[in-house]
Structures are given as structure tokens and as C-alpha cells.
Design a protein around this ligand. Sequence first.
Ligand code: CA
Length: 398
Amino acid sequence: MIRQITLAVFATLMMGPLWAGPPTDAGLKDWLEDLRPRALEQGITPATFDAAMTGLRYDADIIRRDRNQAEFTKTIWDYLDTAVSDLRIANGRKALAKWDSTLARIEARFGVEKEIIVAIWGLESAYGTFRGSAPVINGLATLAYDARRAEFFEGELIDALRILQNGDTTPDRMRGSWAGAMGHTQFMPSSFQKHAVDFDGDGKRNIWEDDPRDALASTGAYLMHFGWTTGQPWGTEVRLPDGFDYTLADRADTRLPSAWLAMGIAPVTGSVPDKHGPASILLPGGAGGAAFMIFDNFAVLEKYNTADAYVIGVGHLSDRIAGAPDITQAWPRQLRALTKDERTELQQRLTAAGFDTVKIDAKMGPLTINAVRRFQLSQGVVPDGYPSLSVLERLRAL
Ligand code: CA
């Protein structure tokens, strides 16, 4: 559930700390006293609050990781090399075999194919191997007290307390990533509260222990809630015809597969019937990389994490686990990813040059991609919308 975190990072980057002075254990303790009445107002009992908040420490390491998070960036091909490695495919097939009957029941109940659930499990925790061992309450309290993203993390902290109050787990067993993503498929507390299910019937929604059944079913429930269509692919690799008009590779430009096929676009394997519904063309590595025809289920996977790389990672891993071949088109491996500073500069320069990116957040979303595309058109270069270093260099030379 990285999505919520990523959005929150950028939404609040500009906010300064509300609490003066360096953060300390004593400062955290004062902040928790301040939080207590707000938590009780939201239905948390004094017993739940006090049991969960005993002995918390300010965790400077978490704050360091939080500060560094937004700097991290990879090209899609570097990401996919790791996300869809031979080992992850092999382990995915083993996981699929081991949990086959459970996954079949999850598929029947929530309408989400077993390979998709397994692929999310594989990317979120390497099939349960890395679920995170950080105490979630301590981490969320530190992040909420830190104040940079106070509102987001305070909300998650209150939801974590609701989970404890409900008896799903205990403060000691509520472990996860440093940022509060928990269990086999890394649910944030708010997503857990809305979507987690007790699938093994023991009366508790338990995503933290070795048994993955509740976590896998909760992932199915989550995708069903956001509109997963059974039997529809996330997307499929396609070849573009010579002379393809790259302005059509725009998320907002959706057409039935037959309309794309009529333009000379062809799936690399299999067929793309119109029953899959409207699709758009995605070029995650620009004109020099692989092209995909993506369907509505792509947007459902974005509810887990908005990064194209993540969604393609889940989708492609699920295909590979099911026996499909590797992506056939080459990636432009000579290109490097822009740094966060360069992405910010790109947005500033585009906007200053009259190609408004709307936000200056270092995030290469559809608005920025379209601004890049308009700039490329004005320069007479291939308008693939890919935010490369050469685009930035062209802007610098204006
Ligand atoms: Ca259970």
C-alpha cells in the first residue's frame, strides 16, 4: 500500500514541523498526551490507548528513512529486473501450488485471479518472507509526532488502535514496515480497517503471522472493492506500426482493441478481443522501449501503488507465473533515471516555458507526461512524453 504514502509525501513536502526544537522521547511523550483525548473522541478506549502507547520511543531512524524515501528512483527496466526476476517467478509458482485451494476459493469469492494475488504477495513481501518486523504503533507515533505528515500518520495510528481494540492482534504482534505497511501484502491500517477479511474463520483478521490466508483474501477483497474485472487482463505487450502517432499513447485516449488493431497495432502474443473493454497505449520507457495496451484493471492495480512500474511489475509477474513469455521489446538501457532534483527542475522549466505541469512535485504523473509531450511537439521531436535527460537538456538550452 505504498500509494497513500507516496501521495502524502508530495502533498506535505512543503510543510514545516509544527513542533519546535529537536524531537526527543520526552517530546513524543508530551505529544501522546496531547493525542490521547483526540483518540478517545474517535472511540478508542483508555485501556486500548494506554496499553498500546506504553514505552514508545522516538525512532530517529524512521525519520531518516522517511526523508530519503522520495529521493529513490529507478528506471522501469531496472525495477522489472528485480521485480520479475527468475527467482521471483519460480517462488511465485511454488506459492501458487502450495496455496492453490485457498487461492481458488479467494478467486471464486472475490473474482480476482490467483496469479494476480500471488504476484502482489510476491512484490509486497517476497511471498511472506519480508513482512517487516518494526513495531507499527511505535513507527506511526514517531511519524505522526514528527509533524511533516502528521495528519496522514495520525489517521493511520488511530486506525491501528482500532485494529488492536477489535482484537485482531496485539501491540507486540502488530509488526510491519517502518512506515506502517503490515503483513504479507503490506496493508496500511486504514486499508486494513476498510478491506481486511477473516478468511480462515478463526474470528480474527490476521495478516501478520506465517499463515497468509487472511492476507491473500484481504487483497482479493481490496481489488474487488476497487472494481477488478474477472477475466480482463491488466494489459498486454503490443507492437506499434511504423509511423505511429505517439500523441495517441495517452492514458486519456481510450479505444476498443479493434480500433487500435485497425491502426496496425498488434499484440506480441495472443489476441485482444473487444470484450476486454476500452484500452489505452502505454509507453513506460518512451518510444525506445516496450509498448503495452492497458485495460481498466490497470487502474485497479494502481489503487495498490500508482507507479506504472509497480503495476506493470505485478501484471507481468502474474503473467510469467502463469507461464507467459518475457517482454520481447528491448528497453533503452542507456538512459538513466532522473534524480529527484532533476525531476523538479524538469517540471519548473516546463511550466516556465508554457507547458504547465500543474504540480511541482517531482512526480512524473500524467500531467507532467502530457507537458513533456507538448514540449516535444513544439521541438519537432518524437512526442512520447518520456521525461528523459535529453528533454531536460533541451529545456535548459531554451
Ligand atoms: Ca482469521
